[in-house]
Design a protein around this ligand. Structure first.
Ligand code: HEM
Length: 242
């Protein structure tokens, strides 16, 4: 009895194990690469809109998108053709679309600028088709995020927090209305209160620079420190020329 059962079971078990292993192998090899691809800078450069037969792709923070449907912007002769076939992350905030400006380095940018590049990446995620990763500054040769990408994400989220805090702070003291025309020049005015120039408190942390805004203050708030009267404007005037 026992030898016979062994004779029948062994080939059956062997074949079953083989079938299971083959199924696992094929399942994982079909699934793992999905439709994501790793690009070198040279490969990405082929998709710059010059070859009509190829899709147009751009990189931002190492993520690569097919932007062919935006051909009028990104194709040859388009206003944003410089973004095609490369990762020019920095140019999304600098607006410098030439020479050294076309770099993926965000070195020295403020947290709000870095956040703005991350917002552009979100725009591409929403609007175009994600196709893969560019191996280099932001992804390593295995497609894993580098310390640069992690640094950028962290700085952008600090920027987002600061911007949120600034919004809350500034809402406490409403902005002045303002208008500008070639003939009349500029003017600021308040519906309630009077205009004063004030330092934006989080601006240094956000942008690395000092910046002022026009805010409206009621008469009983005018003795606060740091309120600047517009030059040539009556201290209690509701409207000032700038
Ligand atoms: C830092 C500067 C700037 C950057 C990085 C930038 C970037 C871009 C990008 C990437 C697009 C294409 C969006 C898409 O795929 O649909 C775009 C569209 C556009 N940009 Fe800019 N831009 C800048 C400044 C400007 C300025 C100064 C103007 C106007 C004076 C402008 C006007 C436009 C217009 C009108 C469109 C939409 C065109 C359309 O949908 O037909 N941009 N911009």
């Amino acid at each position: 009895m026992i030898p016979t059962r062994r004779f029948f079971l062994s080939p059956f078990v062997g074949i079953t194990v083989l079938v299971v292993l083959l199924a696992l192998y094929f399942r994982s090899s079909f699934r793992s690469p999905s439709n994501e691809r790793l690009f070198t800078a040279e490969e990405l450069a082929l998709y710059n809109g010059t070859d009509e037969k190829l899709p147009i792709c751009l990189g931002i923070l190492g993520s690569v998108f097919d932007v062919t449907k935006g051909k009028s912007h990104y194709g040859s002769g388009g206003g944003y053709n410089h973004f095609a076939g490369r990762d020019a992350s920095r140019a999304f905030v600098s607006g410098n679309f030439t020479g050294d400006g076309l770099t993926d380095s965000l070195r020295g940018l403020s947290s709000s600028e870095v956040k703005s590049v991350v917002d552009w990446r979100d725009f591409y995620i929403r609007t175009y088709t994600y196709v893969g990763k560019l191996v280099g500054r932001y992804y390593d040769s295995q497609g894993n995020p580098t310390k640069h990408l992690k640094g950028v994400e962290a700085k952008a989220s600090r920027g987002a927090q600061l911007l949120e805090k600034q919004k809350i702070e500034e809402a406490k003291q409403p902005n002045c209305n303002s208008q500008w025309s070639q003939d009349e020049g500029g003017e600021v005015w308040c519906d309630v209160g009077v205009p004063r120039l004030v330092q934006r408190p989080l601006e240094i942390a956000l942008t690395g620079q000092m910046s002022k805004r026009c805010a409206c203050f009621k008469e009983d708030q005018l003795d606060q420190a740091g309120l600047e009267i517009y030059k040539g404007c009556d201290p209690l005037a509701k409207t000032c020329r700038v």
